[in-house]
Design a protein around this ligand. Structure first.
Ligand code: PNS
Length: 160
C-alpha cells in the first residue's frame, strides 16, 4: 500500500489544491491532506476551520483523510508510515523552492516527492492571491468550492 501526503497551509483550500488531491488520490492507495500548524504565522482561517473546509470538499474521495501536523513533515511521514509527498507545481516560479524542499526531505529521511503539474486553469491561483482579491471586493468564486467561497465571504465580512 502506497501512502501519500498532500501538505500545505490551505488558507483556504482552492480548486487548485483539490485538483492536486483528486489526482494524488487516483495514483496512490491513500492520501492524507495535512494542514501545517504554524505557530509563527497566523492564518485568516484557523487550522480547525481549514480542516472543516477540507473535510467538506473531499467527501467524494474514499481514500483521502484530513489531518494537521506540526514540526517537520518528514517526522509526520515517518509517524504515519507515509512514503511519498505529493505537491502541485503551478509554474516555474514554484519549482526552485519546491525542489529545495524535496531535496531536503529526501536527504533528511529518504522521503520522495512527486510533483503534479497544476491544470492550466489553476496555474495562476494561490490562496494568498485569492484572499487579496477578495479583500478588495474582487470575484474569486471561480477559484473556490462554493462552501469555501461562502466561508471566505463571511470571514472577511466579520473582519470589517
Ligand atoms: O502550502 P505551503 O505553505 O506552500 O506548504 C508548505 C509546507 C507545509 C509543505 C512546508 O512549509 C512544510 O513542509 N512545512 C513543515 C516543516 C518542514 O518540514 N520544513 C522543512 C521543509 S524541507
Amino acid at each position: 500500500m502506497t501512502r501519500a501526503v498532500c501538505p500545505g497551509s490551505f488558507d483556504p483550500p482552492t480548486w487548485g489544491h483539490l485538483d492536486v488531491v483528486r489526482r494524488a488520490a487516483a495514483i496512490f492507495d491513500h492520501v492524507t491532506v495535512a494542514v501545517l500548524i504554524n505557530p509563527s504565522k497566523d492564518g485568516l482561517f484557523s487550522v480547525e476551520e481549514r480542516l472543516d473546509l477540507l473535510r467538506a470538499t473531499t467527501t467524494q474521495f474514499s481514500n483521502v483523510t484530513i489531518d494537521s501536523f506540526a514540526g517537520l513533515l518528514v517526522d509526520y511521514c515517518r509517524d504515519l508510515d507515509i512514503d511519498v509527498i505529493a505537491k502541485g507545481l503551478r509554474a516555474v516560479s514554484d519549482f526552485d523552492y519546491e525542489l529545495q524542499m524535496a531535496q531536503m526531505n529526501s536527504s533528511l529521511a529518504g522521503v520522495q516527492t512527486v510533483f503534479l503539474p497544476a491544470a492550466a486553469e489553476h496555474s495562476f491561483v494561490s490562496s494568498s492571491l485569492v484572499k487579496q482579491v477578495a479583500r478588495y471586493g474582487g470575484d474569486v468564486s471561480a477559484h473556490l468550492p462554493p462552501v469555501v467561497h461562502a466561508a471566505l465571504t463571511q470571514k472577511l465580512a466579520e473582519q470589517e
